[in-house]
Design a protein around this ligand. Structure first.
Ligand code: AMP
Length: 279
């Protein structure tokens, strides 16, 4: 595996693929089994696999954890090498955002609710960096986790709207044995917070099962699910929503495929998780 830290070098490499199937997994590092499930799939499907690790400053808000985001490049690179990754791209922020950088991309309605509402500049930062990474890495296929369900739908829209010619693949959420969705940010949790954090999955599972059993009153289900989370004193709910799977607009009646999604602070960790109903 070759580690590439220069944008120009990565661009030169991506010009040499000559018709090969190239798979790409963008990450912010501090890798866990969730990230590796994407990498494994990319290695299965492609002849060349590129993984990026870049903690993108433009997707963090002013009071968020940009400066304290966990990092372990040595461990990450040995995990990726063991998976058979060809290139690990680790650009520097000053190289990705050159002096005088002025361009922005904005996606409208898909960002109205969920994380888009509470992190106003976040998805502009995400679409910008994924766009830039696609231009540098030039993949045919790119892999994303359903844990960031809103992110995936936004990127799918972007790729279509901008004719980017990259196939985006959504992979299932990888969880710890007790149900907690794997996240680099779980490292922030104390033992007590970690126990409280399980309530996100518990509340989502409750809501999913209610819908599976035939209930369609999204608002009531949502309130009941939030009550499950409120029993845990270390949780501060940011949102718990039932939204249409395609438009990401909240629904009052479940009569289509929906995403049940939540974000909550547990201590200083902001955790997100979701479930999606069958069509
Ligand atoms: P991040 O490093 O958090 O930006 O995540 C990089 C990619 O890994 C994103 O596409 C995430 O959706 C995906 N990912 C993160 N956690 C998980 C998980 N528990 N299961 C599956 N994919 C995940």
């Amino acid at each position: 595996m070759k580690i590439v830290d220069s944008v120009n070098e990565m661009m030169k490499i991506s010009q040499t693929y000559t018709g090969k199937k190239v798979g790409f997994v963008p990450t912010m590092g501090f890798l866990h089994e969730g990230h590796l499930s994407l990498v494994k799939q990319a290695c299965k499907d492609n002849e060349i696999v590129v993984v990026s690790i870049f903690v993108n400053p433009t997707q963090f808000g002013p009071n968020e954890d940009l400066d304290s985001y966990p990092q372990d490049l040595q461990k990450d690179s040995s995990l990726l090498k063991a998976e058979g990754v060809d290139y690990l791209f680790v650009p520097k922020a000053v190289d990705m955002y050159l002096k005088g950088f002025e361009t922005s991309i904005h996606i409208s309605h898909l960002t109205d609710h969920l994380c888009g509402y509470y992190r106003p500049a976040h998805f502009d930062g995400v679409v910008l960096i994924v766009n830039k990474l696609f231009n540098v890495v030039k993949p045919k296929k790119a892999y994303f986790g359903r844990k960031d369900a809103q992110q995936f739908r936004i990127l799918r829209r972007m790729v279509k709207d901008l004719n980017m010619g990259v196939e985006v693949v959504e992979m299932p959420i990888v969880r710890e044995k007790d149900g907690l969705a794997m996240s680099s940010r779980n490292v922030y949790l104390s033992a007590e917070e970690r126990k409280n954090a399980l309530a996100l999955h518990e509340a989502l599972t409750y809501a999913l099962n209610q819908i599976k059993s035939g209930r369609i009153d999204a608002h009531k289900i949502r309130l009941e699910a939030m009550n499950i989370m409120r029993k845990h004193p270390l949780i501060r709910i940011q949102y718990f929503e039932v939204v249409d799977e395609k438009t990401l607009q909240p629904v009052s009646t479940v009569d289509s495929k929906v995403i049940i999604a939540t974000a909550a602070f547990v201590g200083k960790a902001r955790l997100i998780d979701n479930e999606i109903t069958e069509p």
